[in-house]
Design a binder for this molecule. Sequence first.
Ligand code: NAD
Ligand code: DAU
Length: 378
Amino acid sequence: MYKRNILITGGAGFIGSHVVRLFVNKYPEYRIVNLDKLTYAGNLANLRDVEDKPNYRFVKMDICDFEGVMHLMEEEHIDGIIHLAAESHVDRSIKDPFTFARTNVMGTLTLLQSAKLYWESRQEKFEGKLFYHISTDEVYGALDLTHPEGVKPPFSTRASSDHHEAYGEEFFLESTKYNPHSPYSASKASSDHFVRAYHDTYGMPTIVTNCSNNYGPYQFPEKLIPLFINNIRHRKPLPVYGKGENVRDWLFVEDHARAIDVIFHRGKVAETYNIGGFNEWKNIDIVRTLIRTVDRLLGRTEDEDMNLITYVTDRLGHDMRYAIDSRKLQAELGWEPSLQFEEGIEKTVRWYLDHEAWMDNVTSGDYQRYYEDMYKGR
Ligand code: NAD
Ligand code: DAU
């Protein structure tokens, strides 16, 4: 008998694997069921260190499989859901929006409906239950670069009035109207609306959080930071979109996982919380920092790889700036980012350089062939 039976979807992905690891290790009294389809982005090698823990179970399943999900909820007596499974890459959504609508919209709806039916069939119904949906700051649209001198790092990773003075009040708040631009953010916005509709219509206990760009170990190397670290290591061109002036707010992935833990346990039902690092960087400044860090750690001459920077055609509809105001979460639940960006980037670059085998497996596609064999016929 476990104290809680929690379903985490997308646990074999980047952020999901950090959430699974945190929950399995921190709460041996909880049963943690990781449901993941193992798309190209899912990799069980991200979870080697917890796969044998007695309170952990992995289930290969599609969140769109209504009967399968229903059966699993009943079998595992699920009373809490942390939903991360999604198609997550903006560039892929531009090429193939249908897959994003299927997984992010229909998949989320399938989970909501299964949870509703299963929980309503129980005597205690929604009591002690929670459907926690992980979403993105991209649903809010894009901000302009308001500062006259442009954006210059580094910023404090604490909510500071200096930051607000420098950039005005131009931040995404929980009350900011949704205005998604890419097929990815449109699909996430739609799923957020469905989650809130299940609360407002059926009284289901839900929480939504919207987080900024995550970075850290186990991120699939299609995303800026791991892709560029790997390319610098192999001295391959670094394709910077447009002029590299776009700004993102970066948060170390373990800080996001800690926020999810805090909100899952102490967040208020029906609320939305923004999660971010108060840590804005122009892409080109990140790229230069990555080059300097990789070169230093590999013992190369300082700045010798700056010539790898290659400006390429911009991403269609490329959002200029994202900036999250996470003061509500900081004030109400006491969470704050633990790492300064310099420290986080150093840790991240070291991790990728030290885990060549993980990176080579992912870039060669070997990790997928291995699991295809393992799950053949299931
Ligand atoms: P990811 O692409 O690394 O992982 C996604 C996981 O979902 C993979 O393991 C994949 O196999 C699984 N998955 C995909 N489709 C599925 C399906 N139909 N059924 C079951 N599993 C499926 O993504 P990530 O970067 O870890 O993002 C996780 C969540 O956090 C997403 O919902 C994303 O929108 C959100 N988010 C991400 C960031 C970020 O910076 N990466 C920031 C804010 C919010
Ligand atoms: O803001 C949160 C979002 O952050 C999450 O919801 C998404 O799931 C996650 O993928 C991320 O989206 P971005 O589009 O911001 O991340 P990405 O790493 O793809 O790109 C970061 C910035 O770098 C963006 O401005 C585009 C630029 N870029 C990206 C790649 C892959 C380049 O200039 N060149 C590249 O090759």
